[in-house]
Design a protein around this ligand. Structure first.
Ligand code: S3P
Length: 448
């Protein structure tokens, strides 16, 4: 079933060697944040390389509803004329943020310390996801949340008229929750402090400093202590969005499992809070060269030369690495099915509350493709069948989850029989050019 429109079945058949350059679109996390921070700055923020995926377009629409002027000038080239911290106006209608947990949670944080009321909804996937993890800390600022049972959307947030600053220790490793608290802290007087035991993606911290907020991070026995001084005047910025390492994961993993492949994936983030998949693949024996390391859009990046790697072995993925590769476990589990030996992924229960229950979605789909899988609440274990060893020949359910859809289409590129997905339509949320990019490299992915 798809989020809004009709389901789009798709089938991936065994692919010839992948060759060429895979230029993936802009980073989804940074794209959302450039629009949101731009809307909170006074003056014009210019953005290049913005991901024009549905999730980000929904955030752009929401920023307009709060009073910012958001304009598209050409492919990935956007401007945002912001209304300033505390300057959000009350939206005239319900905000539909589609499939995006990041959009929902960050925007809730952004408006929670302004005396306005906003109602959020989303597609059938997002309406199942827990929002209590953000509304709990937002209530400490003085905001109130009225949602469905279990803290589910649709949900109305009544922003605090007299917000107080907050000191909050994250109970889950979540950059979305961390960012929601920091965004709420922007319009609270005094210092808001967020403590995270395990480091998660740090784009909000980096970008807030870039936009002129006073923020510092200290490492202590408790973890990272992030202190933000409230009510700054944010200055508009020029943001060059780097490519998305979570999207790059799909061509990279495909090249590793399709015999004879040799591709270049330029500008892949080496930010330590995002590069866990790449460390893991190298430990498994993947042939990846990290060429031309440099900075792009304030992020450390490298060009990845990736060759078919027939000698990959299953490993134990260190659980503490999970936050830096949280979105990459689905496609890692596909690579693991083509490796020799078992790959053990522990400490991954957060995968159960993503766009779908990703442990369950991958386990069921891989099993249907003939792969042995074990799982418990917090663990996924994949028994590898070696290069070319996955039978395939199944149709896998994607549960309105873009990364599940793309992962199984990658599996079909190297499996013995084709792998189909029941609905590839959610791919537009994060990687609208997936089909053409993969087919351009040599894949055989077709709509059914
Ligand atoms: C994101 C954080 C992660 C990630 C999501 C994007 C972000 O979610 O899965 O795709 O941009 O902050 P959690 O914060 O729920 O781990």
């Amino acid at each position: 079933m798809s989020g809004h429109g009709d389901a789009q079945p798709m089938k991936s058949r065994k692919s010839g060697p992948l060759k060429g350059v895979a230029s993936v679109p802009g980073d989804k996390s940074i794209s959302h944040r450039s629009l949101i921070f731009g809307a909170m700055a006074v003056g014009e923020t210019r953005i290049s390389g913005l991901l024009e995926g549905q999730d980000v377009l929904d955030t752009a629409k929401a920023m307009r509803a709060f009073g910012a002027t958001v304009t598209r000038h050409g492919e990935g080239a956007w401007t945002v004329n912001g209304v300033g911290v505390g300057g959000f106006q009350e939206p005239a209608d319900v905000l539909d943020v589609g499939n995006s947990g990041t959009g929902a949670r960050l925007i809730m944080g952004t408006m929670a310390t302004t005396p306005i009321t906003a109602t959020f909804t989303g597609d059938a996937s997002l309406r199942k996801r827990p929002m209590g993890r953000v509304t709990d800390p937002l209530s400490l600022f003085g905001a109130r949340a009225y949602g469905r049972q279990g803290g589910r959307l649709p949900m109305t947030i009544v922003g605090a008229a007299n917000p107080v600053p907050v000191r909050y220790t994250l109970p889950v490793a979540s950059a979305q929750v961390k960012s929601a608290v920091l965004l709420a802290g922007l319009n609270a007087p005094g210092e808001t402090v967020v403590i995270e035991k395990e480091p998660t993606r740090d784009h909000s911290e980096r970008m807030l400093v870039g936009f002129g907020a006073k923020l510092h991070v200290e490492k202590s026995a408790e973890g990272h202590v992030i202190t933000l001084t409230g009510q700054p005047e944010l200055r508009p910025q020029t943001v060059a969005v780097p490519r998305d390492p979570s999207s790059a994961a799909f061509p990279v993993c495909a090249a590793l499992i399709v015999e004879g492949s040799d591709i270049l994936v330029p500008g892949v983030s080496q930010n330590l809070t995002r590069n866990g998949l790449y460390l893991t693949l190298v430990e498994m024996g993947a042939e990846i060269e990290f060429q031309n390391p440099r900075e792009e859009g304030g992020e450390p990046v490298a060009d990845l030369r990736v060759r078919f790697s027939g000698a990959m072995k299953g490993i134990e993925v260190p659980p503490e690495r999970a936050p830096s590769m949280i979105d990459e476990y689905p496609v890692l589990s596909v690579v693991a099915s083509f490796a020799t030996g078992k790959t053990v992924m522990r400490g991954v229960k957060e995968l159960r509350v993503k766009e779908s229950d990703r442990i369950d979605a991958m386990a069921r789909g891989l099993e249907a493709c003939g792969v042995r899988v074990e799982e418990d609440e917090d663990t996924l274990i994949v028994h590898g069948m070696g290069p070319g060893g996955v039978p395939g020949g199944a149709t896998c359910a994607t549960h309105i989850d873009h990364r599940i859809a793309m992962s199984f289409l990658v599996a079909g590129m190297a499996a013995q029989k084709p792998v189909a997905v029941d609905d590839a339509s959610p791919i537009v949320t994060s990687f609208p050019i997936f089909e053409s990019l993969m087919n351009g490299l040599g894949a055989n992915i077709r709509r059914e």
